[in-house]
Design a protein around this ligand. Structure first.
Ligand code: SF4
Length: 166
C-alpha cells in the first residue's frame, strides 16, 4: 500500500491556526497524494480541545518539544496560562492517529509549538525563532515517524518515493 502522510490541518487549507488562518500548500505531488487518499489530516491543538481563534502559545525559556515531553519545560500562552498538558495531549492524539493510519511520514507546519519541526519561537513572544521542534513533531520523531516541514517538500517526496520502491 502506498505510504500515507500525516498532514497539519492548516497546511491542508483548514483555518485552524491560533488566529483562524491557514497556510495552504499548493504542490502537484501533494495534490495527487490527497486525491489518492493518502493524506491523514490532523490538528493536534484542535484535537486537544482548543478553540479557533485562541491565544498563541510558545515553549517557554528557549526550550524545545523534547524538554516538554521530558517534563523539563512548559508551554505557555500569550495570556500567561500554562497549557502544557493539552499540548502533550494533542501530541499523543496525533501519534495515535498516525499509528491508526500506519503513517510513516508527517508533513507539519513549521514554527508551531506543536507542529514545528525545524524552527520554533523562543518563548519570548517577541517574534524571535530558534532551531527546534514542537511537542507533536518531537513525539512523532521519537516514535519512528519521519517529520518534514513545508520547507522540505522535495525531500519528503524523495523519501516517500524511495519507500514506495521498497
Ligand atoms: Fe496547524 Fe499544527 Fe497549529 Fe493545528 S497545531 S493549527 S495543524 S500548526
Amino acid at each position: 500500500m502506498p505510504p500515507k502522510i500525516l498532514v497539519s490541518a492548516c497546511l491542508a487549507g483548514f483555518k485552524v491556526r491560533y488566529n483562524a488562518s491557514n497556510k495552504t500548500l499548493v504542490h502537484s505531488t501533494l495534490e495527487r497524494w490527497q486525491q489518492e487518499g493518502r493524506w491523514v489530516i490532523c490538528c493536534p491543538e484542535l484535537a486537544a480541545g482548543f478553540s479557533t481563534p485562541r491565544p498563541p502559545a510558545e515553549i517557554a525559556a528557549a526550550a524545545n518539544g523534547a524538554e516538554v515531553i521530558a517534563g523539563k519545560a512548559r508551554v505557555i500562552d500569550a495570556d500567561g496560562n500554562d497549557v502544557t498538558e493539552p499540548y502533550l495531549l494533542g501530541a499523543h492524539l496525533a501519534l495515535n492517529t498516525a499509528r491508526l493510519h500506519d503513517c510513516r511520514f508527517a508533513l507539519l507546519s513549521d514554527r508551531s509549538p506543536s507542529c514545528g519541526s525545524q524552527t520554533i519561537y523562543d518563548g519570548s513572544f517577541g517574534g524571535q525563532t530558534q532551531p527546534g521542534s514542537g511537542v507533536t513533531a518531537e513525539l512523532l520523531r521519537q516514535n519512528g515517524i519521519e517529520v518534514f516541514s513545508e520547507h522540505q517538500i522535495e525531500t519528503l517526496i524523495a523519501r516517500v518515493e524511495a519507500a514506495e520502491r521498497t
